[in-house]
Design a protein around this ligand. Structure first.
Ligand code: TXE
Length: 487
């Protein structure tokens, strides 16, 4: 790695004064790099620098500068896409084909928000009383952006791009176990001309570093993606001062396979929905709901295809399925497999470790499950899928809505109208019909129920980083003519 200093504070690369952490490549379990993380004081300093930059630079008001920086960064990121994708794969274990998608999607996200900002227009109207009302959007101020380890650069970009485009200043904290592409991207932003203090990179763990970035009085907005329990804590912390907060949290998303769906294709989409990025995706279709009349045939297809997935070195172009992120996470997945078996579910396939090096486990398929089981209700965040059957449309909808989450869902059917009718009754923020997984930078992303608060991507994603101000004006001061006294 180019940087031997790992924090970027007020436009300077700085040595971390907190913990020293070895970053592990999950495919080999070897040390990829060693990071000197921030101390609590350095996290506090980062917030102070961001607050100063918001007050003292023209970032909040100079839209042209912001657009130029974001577009330059998009170009530089694309130029180094192969290198950044390789770093992402080395740090996360995700197959290289997936990492490449992440990098190009990240660049597209920067461009999208730069363009959206350049087209932004204020709403204006002449009122009946002769005044003119104008609605303006302004940056919120200092934003702490905190993301997890499954899509380190891309999930970061969903926050960084709109936050900067809107004119905020930022403190960015990736997961402590996946800091590598954040370092590279910070170099890119620096080269793109981001003013000192506008973007600050802070590495370190949730407690106390993330916590400091959430609780500081100088922070105006927290945008968090991660686990539901951490999200709950952050929400509670922000509620104390009514700090703006958006949360993208856990999911347990259903994929409904209707009786009329092409079974071979449905099985392929189910594998994609459930096991893309080793199932470590917030919207993973971790619950398959299959019409009872096609259940046997569907299972046979699914099993055959799953057995043929290429598991192995994520740097290889042909790899379909890499290692999971960490030893700790692998143990959590294995615990859930044990829980599922103890609950009486039938493990049709998977759960075996692969090879002697690397955090590999074969994808897991559970049948004979019921709605109350923990493996159906709780987010495992790994390659574990449950299959349930249904008979009527209503039953499918009830099963689909039968968890505390509401992030995403899918419906596979030859009858698009029927699928749409079902989609309209599912409580989830994103629903794919005859498709799955693709996020569109133009369309909002986020959860119903306990899957979160607010939306990322699309115009809504920019809105989440802006305050709304109404200005009502008249050219001259005129008599009010309301009181009985005379001027
Ligand atoms: O997530 P955390 P972890 C789920 C998944 C996973 C579990 C734990 O089930 O197994 O959560 O994963 C920072 N204040 N998801 O521990 O804790 C932390 O440093 C401020 C689902 O990785 O949520 C990291 O940068 N920040 C999910 C980020 O929060 C804090 C994606 C995410 O960490 C903090 C990831 C605190 N008190 C995990 N504590 C999804 N659905 O997308 C931690 N952090």
């Amino acid at each position: 790695m180019h940087q031997d200093k790992h924090l970027y504070l007020n436009g300077q690369w700085v040595n971390g004064e907190g913990l020293t952490r070895q970053i592990i490549n999950p495919a080999t379990e070897e040390i990829l790099t060693t990071i000197k993380e921030a101390s609590k004081e350095q996290a506090e300093d980062a917030v102070t620098y961001a607050a100063q930059a918001f007050q003292q630079t023209d970032w909040a008001v100079n839209k042209e500068k912001r657009i130029k920086v974001l577009k330059t960064a998009a170009g530089l990121l694309e130029e180094s896409a192969d290198e950044v994708a390789r770093l992402e794969t080395l740090n996360t274990g995700k197959p290289i084909r997936e990492a490449i998608l992440d990098i190009y999607d990240s660049a597209a996200c920067l461009r999208y928000y730069a363009d959206l900002m350049s087209q932004a227009e204020f709403w204006k109207k002449e009122m009946e009383d002769g005044t003119v009302s104008e609605v303006r959007k302004e940056p919120i101020g200092v934003c702490s952006l905190i993301v997890p380890w499954n899509f380190p650069l891309l999930l970061g970009m969903w926050k960084i791009a709109p936050a900067l485009a809107a004119g905020n200043t930022v403190i960015y904290k990736p997961s402590e176990i996946t800091p590598v592409t954040a370092l590279k991207f910070t170099e890119i932003l620096e080269k793109s001309g981001v003013p000192a203090g506008v973007f600050n990179l802070v590495l370190g763990e949730g407690d106390p570093i993330g916590q400091t970035l959430v609780s500081s009085e100088k922070v105006d907005k927290v945008s968090f993606t991660g686990g539901s329990e951490t999200g709950r804590k952050i929400n509670q912390e922000c509620a104390g001062s009514f700090k703006r907060v958006s949360l993208e949290l856990g999911g347990k998303s259903p994929l409904i396979v209707l009786e009329d769906a092409d079974i071979k294709l449905a099985a392929e989409w189910a594998i994609f929905g459930s096991f893309f990025n080793q199932g470590e995706v917030c919207v993973a279709s971790s619950r398959l709901l299959v019409h009872e009349n096609i259940y046997e045939e569907f299972i046979a297809e699914l099993l055959e295809k799953v057995k043929n997935l290429k598991i192995g070195d994520p740097l290889k172009e042909e790899t379909d399925f890499g290692p999971v992120i960490s030893e700790q996470h692998l143990r959590k997945i294995e615990d859930y497999i044990k829980i599922g078996k103890a609950e009486g579910a039938e493990c049709l396939y998977g759960g075996e470790r692969v090879g002697s090096k690397g955090l590999y486990i074969t994808p897991v398929i559970f049948s004979n499950v019921n709605q109350n089981m923990r493996i159906v209700q709780e987010e495992i965040f790994g390659p574990v899928v449950t299959i349930q059957t249904f008979n009527t449309e209503q039953e499918a909808i009830e099963l689909a809505n039968g968890t505390r989450f509401g992030l995403a869902a899918g419906v596979l059917s030859a009858d698009a109208e029927k699928a749409d009718r079902i989609a309209s009754q599912i409580k989830a923020g994103t629903i794919w019909i005859n498709s799955y997984h693709t996020p569109y930078v133009e369309a909002p992303w986020g959860g119903y129920k306990q899957s979160g608060i607010g939306r990322e991507l699309g115009p809504q994603g920019l809105d989440g980083f802006m305050e709304t101000k109404h200005i009502n004006k008249k050219e001259h001061l005129e008599p009010l003519n309301w009181y009985t006294f005379k001027n």
